[in-house]
Design a protein around this ligand. Structure first.
Ligand code: GTP
Ligand code: MG
Length: 138
């Protein structure tokens, strides 16, 4: 069993998709071990998306992810990292299959509703960035 960091981005929260996305997570059978509504400080957003700091869309990305509260989620389950990425669908909603979160709800590359760690290293880093130990269930 492994843990991953999932997030409902500001567009998902604003559009009222929180319950729907948590419903999908619970029905899939992942264990929610951390959960909070969180206004991301700019420094945390820049750290979270550090791998993209040289990209032309970096400023836009940080502006967007700090534009309103997100729902930060720590998930646990068998193959949770790849499994949650698969439930989200492709980064570009134009390529995301129906039935996936992005395929069903997102329309633009910038505002694509959800986030998921892309590797065990990212998961560990992002969970530590968004949650303190005391906020996570053992
Ligand atoms: P995240 O879960 O948000 O990390 O998405 P991802 O892992 O599927 O994609 P990636 O980490 O490569 O990119 C992070 C975010 O940057 C994406 O979710 C997009 O919102 C945004 N992004 C990535 N590539 C582009 C791009 O070419 N143009 C724009 N405008 N945004 C991009
Ligand atoms: Mg990513």
């Amino acid at each position: 069993s492994e843990r991953t960091f999932a997030m409902i981005k500001p567009d998902g929260v604003k559009r009222g998709l929180t319950a729907e996305i948590l419903r999908r997570i619970e029905h899939k059978g992942y264990r929610v071990v951390g959960l909070k509504l969180y206004q991301i400080p700019r420094e945390v957003a820049e750290n979270h998306y550090g791998e993209h700091s040289d990209k032309p869309f970096f400023g836009e990305l940080v502006d967007f992810i700090t534009s309103g509260p997100v729902v930060a989620i720590a998930l646990e389950g068998e193959n949770a990292i790849a499994g949650w990425r698969s439930m989200m669908g492709a980064t570009n909603p134009a390529n995301a299959a129906p039935g996936t979160i992005r395929g069903d709800f997102a329309t633009s590359m910038g505002e694509n509703v959800s986030h998921g760690s892309d590797s065990p290293e990212s998961a560990e880093r992002e969970l530590a960035l968004f949650f303190s130990d005391s906020e996570l269930i053992k």
